[in-house]
Ligand binder design. Structure first.
Ligand code: IMP
Ligand code: MG
Length: 189
């Protein structure tokens, strides 16, 4: 993977606040296809319930589910871990819970990024208590460096440096989710 594909920078409207391209739109597209193929193979006999974590996972979920060739079901949770800050507080609040029962379901959590791991750790315990048949994680991004909570992630799209990033669902104050690539965030000059 060529992580520094700065040549394909195209988001002119956001140029003032973005740093370099961390994962290009093509890299995202190709990797999502690979993950979908792997999930299709791994879950062939037991189509999973995909649980997207709003809002950051919306782009990833929308693309990933279309690459899985199984009758998957899809649901969403909304959690709030950061508020408007860019550093984790460790406090996770459930803003929207699931609509479906998890009993004996093969659940695959679809997450945008694992940074400290606190959000995912909380979600795993919260959902694990509802007796799913299995509970695994598909994270698009894993921040390099030490996760504060040990994680076993079944699927990871990309390992990236610990810088704050935006795009492809990831935001700063609700903005930049609509970028097709993932960029470092530099902020207003
Ligand atoms: P963690 O609890 O520290 O692992 O953080 C997980 C959550 O924080 C993610 O689901 C994101 O919503 C948010 N987050 C972490 N890193 C970033 C980033 O670089 N950009 C945008 N959101 C982030
Ligand atoms: Mg966020």
């Amino acid at each position: 993977m060529d992580r520094h594909s700065s040549h394909d920078f195209s988001a002119k409207w956001a140029r003032g606040v973005l740093g370099e391209v961390v994962v290009s739109a093509k890299e995202v597209h190709d990797r999502v296809g690979e993950l979908g193929a792997q999930i299709t193979q791994d879950y062939a006999t037991r189509p999973p319930l995909l649980v997207g974590v709003l809002k950051g996972a919306i782009n990833f979920m929308a693309d990933l589910m279309r690459t899985i060739e199984l009758p998957v079901e899809v649901d969403f949770m909304a959690v709030s871990s950061y508020g408007a800050a860019t550093k984790t507080s460790g406090v996770v609040r459930i803003v929207k819970d699931l609509d479906v029962d998890l009993l004996d379901r093969d659940v695959l959590i679809v997450e945008d990024v694992v940074d400290s791991g606190l959000t995912l750790n909380y979600l795993r315990q919260y959902l694990g208590a509802r007796s799913p048949a299995s509970l695994e994680v598909c994270a698009l991004l894993l921040k390099e460096g030490e996760q504060r909570v040990e994680q076993s992630l079944k699927y990871v799209g990309f390992s990236i440096p610990a810088d704050f990033v935006v795009g492809y669902g990831l935001d700063v104050n609700e903005r930049y989710r609509n970028l097709d690539a993932i960029y470092t965030y530099v902020g207003e000059a």
